[in-house]
Design a binder for this molecule. Structure first.
Ligand SMILES: [Ca+2]
Ligand SMILES: [Ca+2]
Length: 301
């Protein structure tokens, strides 16, 4: 009898130990407060960036060109034809134009977006000109006009575009009601913040900066940049895909982006492959038995 009781107690003790172990494991696996929101913000930024790059790669006007932001908060990109420019170069992500749903960060706020003005797809390809500051050629040499700023206030490079997660409203910010599009109304300064480093003030509502700095009571924006390599790795693959389908002929059609944006000078041939050189030693390449006559041999193997 005594032995049976001891056995039952042992079973109960093992069961309790098991429950304690499960509880401890659950505590260990649970995310600390705020981490889930940060992950949601990172996912939203990555989704916005990927949608913009996909748009740039499939753009038929000039491959690599980007849509204008959504300024009036209806989800659609806003241009200003016949001026052929974006009405603003900072606004909300034009999610309807990109063919996706609203993209919101961990605080439930819609993602914002700024682009280099010369990358606007409102600019007709026929008006693009080498060396033009406002209507440049769109190819891997096209310069980005958005400065990447680190926490010390140093400029660490340039970007073609940036997506910005605004986070929750700071104490001084007053945001409007949710519109029909799941995005709150309000001016950029009610969402995007000002950062001060070493006595210098940087403003995200300037539409020209991508500031990466720790969150604080006065700054909680999170950014993800679209650099030259990120954009043209995918755009270059589209260009090579188009070449592959033409069996040695130059891409043709209207608009004539291949000639106008001087793409041939960015493609070279090496050992049966076509290559496009990007910044920092990056390369896009594809096996290509036949290439247009204008394509020359690559300078380096
Ligand atoms: Ca709009
Ligand atoms: Ca903010």
């Amino acid at each position: 009898m005594m032995r049976r009781q001891r056995g039952a107690a042992l079973v109960i003790a093992i069961g309790l130990l098991g429950l304690l172990a499960i509880a401890a494991l659950a505590r260990a696996l649970a995310s600390p407060p705020g981490v889930a929101n940060q992950l949601a913000t990172e996912r939203a930024l990555a989704r916005a960036r990927d949608a913009l790059i996909a748009y740039a790669a499939t753009e038929d006007n000039s491959p690599g060109a980007l849509p204008c932001p959504d300024y009036d908060n209806d989800g659609e990109s806003d241009g200003n034809e016949p001026g052929f420019v974006c009405s603003h170069t900072l606004g909300r992500l034009p999610w309807k134009t990109l063919g996706i749903g609203p993209v919101t960060d961990g605080a439930g706020e819609c993602i914002w977006y700024a682009l280099t003005p010369g990358f606007s797809n409102k600019i007709p390809t026929s008006q693009r000109t080498a060396g033009s500051a406002t209507r440049p050629l769109i190819n891997p040499d096209a310069p980005g006009g958005i400065s990447r700023i680190d926490a010390s206030g140093a400029a660490t490079g340039t970007l073609i575009a940036v997506v910005i997660a605004p986070g929750r409203a700071l104490d001084a910010q007053v945001r409007g009601a949710m519109g029909d599009t799941a995005c709150r109304h309000g001016e950029a300064a009610q969402f995007l913040d000002t950062y001060v480093a070493d006595g210098v003030t940087f403003r995200h509502d300037s539409a020209t900066l991508a500031i990466s700095a720790p969150a604080s009571d006065t700054f909680n924006d999170r950014v993800l940049g679209l650099g030259n390599v990120e954009v043209f790795r995918t755009v270059g693959a589209r260009v090579l895909s188009e070449l592959a389908s033409r069996d040695g002929a130059e891409p043709a059609g209207s608009p004539d982006w291949w000639t106008r944006n001087a793409w041939c000078g960015h493609v070279c041939s090496a050992d049966g492959t076509a290559r496009i050189a990007l910044a920092a030693g990056n390369v896009v390449q594809r096996v290509m038995p036949a290439l247009p006559e204008c394509v020359t041999a690559c300078a380096t193997p």
